[in-house]
Design a protein around this ligand. Structure first.
Ligand code: 5GP
Length: 177
């Protein structure tokens, strides 16, 4: 399991506490609102998404949006490819867009632009992790779990060469390549 010598950066307990906090805020924000849709950005955010939507106490529909920007490598290509489009229109809906990590911000910017072009009634963004030092563009983020450095991280949905998505915590990869 520890082929790349992992060191824990954010524990399972820290993640779960943060999710309850964000879930409470989103619940308050969406009190009394109808037509709420939570979008999971695949693949990386599936774990954060499934925990976060369970911490949101309101009626919501689930949608999945597949995008690829890293192609299993460690540097952002800057290109975003849609691998799975939304199943239903989000026009007139209150959309919560849930991402795993914002690094350069290019993917999230693209996603925001893409969703806005579909005319939702409102758009709220949430990301578990943010690398403020790596941002290449300004991104509107409403909920951020943790700010981290520029290190490459895995676990809790995030992979390195297809591995480590199943870890319940976030770890740093020590010896890459
Ligand atoms: P951005 O477009 O903000 O540079 O990158 C966003 C995407 O790159 C994320 O959704 C994620 O798939 C990937 N990514 C960015 N940083 C990391 C990282 O530290 N670890 C992993 N596993 N993926 C990352």
């Amino acid at each position: 399991m520890d082929k790349f010598n992992l060191s824990t950066l954010i524990t399972e307990k820290q993640i779960q506490e943060k999710i309850l906090e964000i879930g409470k805020k989103i619940t308050q924000q969406y009190q009394g609102k109808e037509d709420v849709v939570a979008i999971c950005v695949l693949k990386g955010s599936f774990m954060f998404y499934s925990d976060l939507i369970r911490a949101i106490d309101c009626d919501l529909a689930c949608e999945f949006f597949g995008v690829a920007s890293y192609h299993g490598e460690i540097k952002s290509s800057g290109e975003v490819k849609i691998t799975l489009d939304l199943n239903h229109p989000v026009e007139g809906k209150h959309v919560i867009l849930i991402e795993d990590i914002v690094d350069t911000g290019l993917t999230m910017s693209y996603l925001i632009k893409n969703i806005k072009a579909r005319h939702p009634k409102s758009l709220t963004t949430a990301t578990l992790l943010l690398k403020p030092g790596a941002l290449k563009t300004k991104v509107d983020l409403d909920h951020v779990g943790f700010e981290i450095g520029n290190e490459f991280v895995v676990g809790y949905g995030l992979d390195y060469q297809g591995l480590y998505r199943n870890l319940p915590f976030i770890a740093q990869v020590q010896n890459m390549n």
